[in-house]
Every structure is written in C-alpha cells, then in structure tokens.
Design a binder for this molecule. Structure first.
Ligand code: NAI
Length: 509
C-alpha cells in the first residue's frame, strides 16, 4: 500500500476527546496535521478544543512554540458531529471508553465510512489489539497506537502490530508518531504491551513483599527510591495512578497470560480496590495525604546507639565480602580475618537472592548472630539489612548501629530471599527478558519504552547489565529454590546470557 505519512495535508480523526483524545489531538495539530474530532457527549469536543487552545497558548507564552504556530495548530482542529464525518481522514484514532464491545462497534461503523486505505487505530491500554480487530472486514489496516497520560508531556507511544496488521500500517504509524514529536516504539500485540507488562514487576513484587510481612510499604518505597534509584516508590506510583486503574489492569494481564505466575496479582491491592481506598484520588490509600496532597510518611526511626565489638564478614560471596569489608574499614570497625567468626562476633553475610536463614544454615553460622546486608546495589544513600527469625536483637542493633554510623539511613526488613531491591529489580529484568524471548520487541526498544513510559532509572536490560546478568540470574534462581514458586523461575533467555557471560543487550546475529 502506498501510504504517505508525511503528506502535508494528512488528516487525523480522533474519536473520544477525554484525557487521552484531547492530548492526541493536540500533538497531532502541533505536528502540522489536520484533526477532525468528535465525542458522543454533547459539548465534550468543544471543551477539548478550548482546553487544547489554552495549553498551546500557555506553551507559546512560555516560549515552547511561537504564538503563530499555536494559533495555526488550533485552527487545524475541526469538530465534527459523529464518526460518520470521518470520511476525509487518512488515519482514525479511537480514544473512547475502555470497553471491547463499544470499540468494536465503533470500528465496524468506521469501516463503512472511511476510504479503503484509511488506517484505523485504537489507543486501548489493556485490550488485545488483535481482539479489537477480530471482527473487522479489513483487520490488516488496524493497529494499536498506545499513548501515555498526559500525552503532550509523555514522549512515548507504543505502535502495536495486531496479528493481522500489515507492515505498511505500522511503518506509517511510526512516521506519524514522529511527526507528533513522539518517540514511537514498535511491538507486537501482548498483554500489557511493553510498558504495562514490565510495570507489573515493580508494583506486584512490591505488593507481594508487603503482603508477606517483609517490610512496610513505606520502607519498600524508601528502598526503591534510595537504593534502586527510582523517582517514586511502587506504592507512591500506585497511588498516583489509582488502584482503580492499576488493579484491574493487573488482573487483566494475569488472565490474558493464562495465569502466568510472574504476573500474579496480590490481595493487598485487591482489598484496597474493593474498599475504594484508591490513593490520591480518594485522599486515602496505603498513605494518608496532607492538605497539599503529599503522602504522609512516618519519620525515619533513629538508628540504635549500638556498635559491635568485633565483626566477621562471610567470604561466601566474594564481591559482597569485598564491598562490605571496604565500607566497614572506612567506618573503623574491628573486622576479624579468620576463616570462622570468633565466639561473640557479629556475623555479616552478603547474600544474592538468598535469605539470612539459608546463609546461616548452609554456611554453618550461628543464626542468632547472623545479619544479612544487601551489597548488590550501591550503599551510598541507604542500606538494607535483614535478620534470621532468631537473630538476637543485640546483634541486629549492633549491625544497624554500625551501618548507620556514617549517617546513611538503614532499612531493617524481615528475612526475605533477595531483600527488597534485589527481588523487585530481578522481577523487572525477568519480565523484560520474557518479552524479548517472545519477540514482542527488541531489547533496546523495550529499554527505551520503559525509561520513557515509566521513568525508571534504567530499562530491564540496562538494569541487568549494570547489576550483572549472572547476579540477577542468581537472585532469581535462589528465590525459586527457596520459595519453590514458579513465579521466580529465571527466564531461559536470561539464563542463556547469564551462562554465556554476555550483556543482555548483545544483538543476536
Ligand atoms: P476519558 O473518560 O477521559 O475519555 C473518554 C471519552 O470518550 C469521553 O469524553 C467520552 O464521552 C467519550 N466516549 C465514550 N464512548 C464513546 C463513543 N462510543 N463514541 C464517542 N465518544 C465516546 O478516558 P481516557 O482516559 O481518555 O481513555 C480513553 C481510552 O484511552 C481508553 O481506551 C483508555 O484505556 C485509553 N488510555 C488511557 C490512558 C490514561 O492514562 N487515561 C493511557 C493510555 C490509554
């Protein structure tokens, strides 16, 4: 098909002018395209056009674009009465209610109106693109075009090939996305596409941790910000999005993947969803909110004024041993150098994917004196430690006091294979690898989508490379061994690269 995505008079139809439709119309008009828009609610399209006018005028005032360009963009947006008026469009983008029947009905109607080479696209966030297209006469010209909210600020758009989408359609959408000054990333249809699939690793593993009593939600957020380098903790993020969005999306992805354990939802999120305790929009969620809608977190507890006489660091993990010994030396701790700890020494272990209990038992150490320290992530802004169920509080306090003695906060969690950050990041990497394995998208594109769409410090593959693919594999393999839960089984795509000792971004010939 000879579709010219760069023709100056390209006309884009936008149906549904709510939060998403108006944003899509704005970036299309600002990108020089003509826009026809409509909404089933009377007055809604006009409200959207007024809103876009305000947004573009503000952008012009701030110097983001010229006044003339803003006026010209708004003048390119025309309101039409119904989908029947979309005949002149080269592309029609649907951003109506998230309901399969409503979307199918709309596209069935559009098929009878638009030209045979008009591209039809859905902005669905959770329905299968293939399923929405299934009853069309020409599913070949149908694709997903998944924008993020708020559209003018979020550069990413996922271009999704349904089962029957022809290449020219997706190529055209990539070009149109670029004309809209977006960063399009192409993928094939999959539950949660790229970004929402990877995002399950962050939020759901965090919920499982809290549900298991390993840490409070506040501690998980603190660790993921300070240790993992995320801008927001998983609970802060869930509350910003709202449990009314996150929970149904999580359950749908799990169902669409035929109950794949990696995407298993969690009861604590479900309970809040059921109770209508949704986060910022209900002014109550995991957090309470102050008058400025900032989440209220309890103050960080002061570290105990305790310090160990002697400390022995297990050599079982050479890297962790070296990193921790170096830190303790700088702090002036009295470090034992013998092959075994002396009778009263504090015992520190540095597990990768194991819990403190497993380390104590397998290394034949006294569990009452054993404390585990997470050394996989930089220990600069925060440190995480955990104890066995029988670690004496004197030794726990000594480890806490010692590791906080240079003013860096310490989070103490309950025994957990993989602490907090190790297991959450390992889940993100594992899901990323399963997306690559299924050829839904290429690793660099998945990383790009995740950093742009979720603001993570790294995409799954870069994260894996920074931590070391073998170490991430070990986190998962240890968790799988200790829990016996297939949720944690390392993906074979990751396993191969870890075995070979190569970067997760190594292109396949
Ligand atoms: P919204 O509720 O803000 O807007 C939907 C608009 O569509 C409303 O103005 C409504 O009157 C109109 N509408 C409903 N049924 C219609 C029909 N049959 N014909 C014409 N207009 C109709 O919803 P929002 O958030 O803009 O979402 C729209 C779509 O975009 C959904 O499929 C949603 O899943 C998807 N999406 C939403 C994101 C978000 O963060 N809000 C992100 C990415 C995708």
């Amino acid at each position: 098909m000879n579709f010219d995505a760069n023709r100056p008079d390209l006309t884009v139809g936008v149906i549904g002018t709510g939060a998403m439709g108006r944003g899509i119309a704005q970036v299309a008009a600002a990108g020089g395209m003509n826009v026809l828009m409509t909404d089933s609610r009377p007055g809604a399209a006009q409200e959207a056009r007024d809103f876009i006018d305000k947004m573009l005028s503000r952008a012009a005032e701030k110097g983001g674009m010229s006044k003339d360009a803003a006026v010209a963009a708004v003048s390119r947006i025309k309101i039409v009465g119904s989908p029947a008026d979309m005949k002149p469009c080269h592309v029609v983008i649907e951003a109506i209610v998230e309901n399969l029947d409503a979307k199918r009905q709309l596209f069935a109607e559009l098929e009878t109106i638009v030209a045979p080479d008009c591209i039809l696209v859905t902005n669905t966030s959770s329905l299968s693109v293939t399923t929405v297209a299934a009853k069309l006469k020409t599913p070949q010209r149908f694709a997903g075009f998944h924008f993020f909210n708020p559209v003018p600020l979020m550069k990413l758009v996922e271009v999704i090939d349904g089962l029957q989408t022809e290449n020219w359609v997706s190529e055209a959408l990539m070009a149109i996305g670029r004309r809209m000054t977006r960063e399009p990333v192409r993928c094939t249809d999959a539950p949660g596409f790229l970004v929402n699939q990877v995002g399950r690793g962050f939020t759901l593993e965090a919920a499982h941790l809290v549900h298991e009593g390993i840490a409070s939600f506040v501690d998980v957020d603190r660790v993921m910000r300070d240790v993992g380098g995320f801008r927001m903790g998983p609970f802060e993020l869930m509350e910003l999005t709202g449990l009314d969005v996150t929970q149904p999306a999580s359950e749908l992805i799990y169902t669409q993947f035929f109950q794949e354990p990696r995407y298993r939802p969690n009861l604590i999120m479900r309970a809040r969803y059921e109770a209508g305790v949704l986060g910022r929009k209900t002014k109550k969620g995991f957090y309470d909110y102050d008058a400025e809608m900032k989440p209220i977190a309890p103050a960080e507890p002061a570290p105990p004024a305790a310090y160990p006489g002697h400390v022995w660091v297990s050599p079982a993990e050479p890297h962790g041993h070296a990193v921790l010994s170096e830190l303790l030396r700088k702090m002036g701790a009295s470090i034992e150098t013998g092959p075994k700890p002396s009778a009263n020494a504090l015992i520190l272990v540095t597990p990768i994917g194991e819990d403190a209990t497993t380390c104590a038992v397998e290394q034949e150490l006294d569990p009452k004196r054993t404390v585990a320290v997470d050394t996989l992530f930089p220990m600069v802004k925060r440190r995480t430690i955990m104890c066995t169920p029988v670690t004496d509080h004197i030794y726990r306090n000594a480890a806490h006091g010692l590791l906080a003695s240079d003013g860096v906060p310490v989070t103490v969690c309950r025994d957990s294979p993989g602490f907090i950050a190790q297991r959450i990041v390992a889940m993100i990497v594992n899901i990323g690898c399963s997306i690559a394995q299924s050829r839904t998208a290429q690793p660099p594109d998945i990383d790009k989508a995740v950093t742009l769409g979720l603001n993570y410090p790294n995409g799954p593959f870069k994260f894996g490379d920074v931590l070391g693919p073998q170490r991430v594999h070990k986190v998962l393999a240890s968790m799988y061994r200790i829990y016996g839960d297939p949720r944690y089984r390392p993906n074979i795509w990751l396993t191969r690269r870890a075995k070979l000792g190569v970067s997760l971004l190594t292109p396949e010939p």
